[in-house]
Design a protein around this ligand. Structure first.
Ligand SMILES: Nc1ncnc2c1ncn2[C@@H]1O[C@H](COP(=O)(O)OP(=O)(O)O)[C@@H](O)[C@H]1O
Ligand SMILES: [Mg+2]
Length: 237
């Protein structure tokens, strides 16, 4: 259990159970796409790994230990980085300050994040609220990298971005997956893009895993992908 392993995890909020019997494996340095239409529990899955939901049953293992009972800050300290769906940039801090608040020792430094996202270097003295959507997303990812995680959870990083920005970000994510043995868990609604990037995928439907396997299986069988994603997938952007 070196990497991330969920076994039969059921979790939710208060009395509400959202995830039911979710199991997944993400070895170190690998990338897993988590797909599923709106409201199926993708964000809840990430929140559960981070320790922000109520775990009802099952176990969560990370980096060789059982973390289910650990509070969120201890999980972060063990090396789990999180890029939230709402990005949560500090609007009144500069780009550089946003990055520095997350700093922890390791291979990712300010200089390396700027080298990785040159547009952040150009904007280093701008405030969070002066950034475009794409720049905010790069900053959210850069900030997570500053904490030097070994596992990075990303919640719909491509959402709401212009196609040209999506392309640029995809190239960065593709490079990221080859860096430092970093494990990536990518939640996406853009199924085609996520499957192109991550060799393995799971699909959630109503809090349950309805597919787990090679992305190639889904790319080779669009009808199966559509049916697994549910009817509304056809109407998604
Ligand atoms: N903080 C919360 N409290 C109660 N229910 C929630 C909360 N967040 C999400 N939910 C519910 O959990 C379900 C899954 O939501 P979510 O994990 O956000 O789905 P997704 O990210 O796949 O769109 C939805 O029915 C949603 O209404
Ligand atoms: Mg979500």
């Amino acid at each position: 259990m070196n990497g991330l392993r969920l076994e039969k995890v059921s979790a939710g909020y208060g009395e509400t159970v959202v995830l039911e019997g979710v199991s997944l494996d993400l070895p170190p340095g690998r990338m897993l796409a988590v797909l599923g239409r709106n409201g199926v529990g993708k964000t809840t899955l990430l929140a559960t790994i981070m320790g922000h939901t109520r775990l009802r049953s099952g176990t969560i293992g990370f980096a060789g230990r059982e973390i289910s009972a650990l509070p969120a800050y201890r999980r972060a300290r063990l090396g789990i980085g999180f890029v939230p769906q709402e990005r949560e940039i500090f609007p009144s801090l500069t780009v550089e300050q946003n990055l520095m608040v997350a700093e922890r020792p390791g291979p990712w430094t300010l200089a390396r994040v700027y080298d990785f996202f040159p547009s952040l270097a150009e904007r280093r003295r701008n405030h969070g609220n002066q950034l475009s959507g794409g720049e905010q997303q790069m900053l959210a990812i850069g900030r997570a990298l500053m904490s030097n995680p070994t596992l990075l959870l990303m919640d719909e990083p491509l959402e709401g971005l212009a196609p040209v920005i999506v392309d640029a970000l995809l190239r960065r994510l593709d490079r990221l997956k080859r860096e430092d043995n970093l494990a990536l868990l990518l939640v996406e609604q853009h199924a085609g893009l996520a499957l192109g990037l991550a060799p393995e995928a799971i699909i959630l439907d109503r809090g349950q895993v309805v597919f787990a396997g090679a992305s190639r299986e889904l790319l080779d069988d669009p009808a199966r992908l559509t049916s697994l994603m549910g009817v509304s997938a056809r109407h998604a952007h």
